[in-house]
Design a protein around this ligand. Structure first.
Ligand code: ZN
Length: 393
């Protein structure tokens, strides 16, 4: 579970700021340039759609070292190598023609930066990178040894730490999971290089139609039926291309479910159809509560539609997992007699029920479940409504 606030414009990558307490050489620290994550926030605030995060860096003026003229990558390497080489070339003010492939084992080469997997070399135990980190050696030429493909992207994002140096540079992350929220305006490889992230949540748009539940699907107008089906197919294709971009950067992506659990806001036509097909599934909200209750979690028919929807969402996204949110306005706060009797009128039991069911649903699909929620704070008034803060409902 994660308790960071992804709605905030800055905290999606604050986890990395926390995670950036890494092992660094003193020499490297002395030459550190302006943090590029701040540059990103500045660029993002300017609304630079379709832009690049990568800008040429002043890397050699300070150290006075000879500038490498070639970047060598394995010919049969993972796609992350080519992306890392392009990022590095741009930062070093080299033309992309400076990127050359090599076959066989990586070899340190004078005047070149060689990108390689650590397992392809003969590193000492101290130099073998930990987790998804990397090590840069400078014997006979600079070689970036990545623990795995994405590691060379991290190296490409911060050449100021290691390029033109003589001392071995080791970059070993302290945190196994470093989360960021995907920003659709920039390439995934660039975001990975800049943030050092390896886990993304992303708003991949899906459009379930619930054709698997004919009794619900048939309640919709022909126009709504066609719109959902056609849009869903198009989005599935778009999502496949997007997810490939994450995997080409060797990082995981979790598709965000629509906010909360309100089937009414997830899909207005499907909700209308569901309560027509299953009248008993309609929830009973508490008077003057900020929470609503689109569907009653005690009614098995509610789970027919909720589970079918989440399954179809996950199928259309084709991501590594699904990310669900249980926050204010999660909309499963049903207060009917059934829920009062079995305890599903309370947030902790509701969240457990949803979590268990989503997990059981996604596991056979080979998808993981990420959930964010909170349980701090206290109930309070919001205008004329009462907010039942989760955990205090
Ligand atoms: Zn209920």
């Amino acid at each position: 579970m994660a308790d960071f606030d992804m709605d905030s414009p800055t905290t999606g990558w604050s986890g990395f700021e926390d995670a950036s307490n890494l092992n660094q050489n003193e020499e490297a620290l002395a030459n550190t340039v302006v943090p590029t994550r701040r540059d990103f926030l500045l660029l993002a605030g300017m609304g630079t759609a379709g832009a690049t995060l990568i800008r040429p860096a002043k890397l050699f003026a300070a150290v006075g070292a000879a500038k490498p003229e070639k970047i060598l990558i394995p010919a049969a390497g993972h796609a992350a190598f080519a992306s890392a080489a392009k990022i590095l070339a741009k930062k070093m003010k080299l033309d992309e023609s400076a990127i050359v492939t090599y076959n066989g084992a990586p070899k340190a080469t004078a005047g070149a930066i060689v990108l390689a997997l650590a397992k392809e070399g003969k590193l000492t135990a101290a130099d073998v990178p930990k987790m998804d980190g990397y090590t840069v050696t400078h014997t006979g030429g600079t070689v970036v040894w990545g623990a795995r493909p994405r590691s060379v992207l991290y190296a490409a994002g911060e050449p100021n730490h290691w390029v033109g140096k003589a001392v071995t540079y080791r970059r070993n992350p302290d945190f196994k999971i470093r989360a960021a929220e995907y920003h659709a305006d920039y390439p995934v490889a660039e975001q990975t290089a800049i943030f050092g992230a390896n886990f993304y949540t992303a708003r991949l748009p899906a459009m379930p139609a619930l054709q698997t539940l004919p009794e619900v699907f048939s309640q919709m107008s022909a126009a709504d039926q066609q719109n959902l089906v056609v849009t869903g197919e198009r989005r599935k294709a778009d999502n496949a291309a997007r997810v490939k971009e994450f995997h080409d950067a060797d990082v995981e992506v979790y598709a965000l479910l629509p906010y909360g659990n309100s089937f009414a806001t997830w899909s207005a036509p499907l909700y209308a159809a569901a309560v027509k097909a299953y009248p008993t599934a309609k929830g009973v909200p508490m008077a003057n509560s900020h929470e609503s209750a689109a569907l009653c979690p005690s009614d098995p028919l509610s789970w027919n539609v909720l589970e079918a929807y989440v399954k179809e969402w996950a199928e259309q996204c084709g991501a590594d997992g699904i990310s669900a949110t249980f926050w204010d306005n999660y909309s499963a706060f049903c207060q009917d007699e059934r829920c009062k009797a079995n305890g599903l009128n309370q947030f902790p039991n509701e969240v457990y029920e949803f979590l268990s069911r989503y997990y059981a649903l996604l596991k056979p699909m080979g998808q993981k479940l990420h959930m964010r929620t909170w349980s701090s704070g206290c109930p309070h008034w919001l205008g004329t409504n009462y907010v039942h803060a989760p955990g205090y409902g």
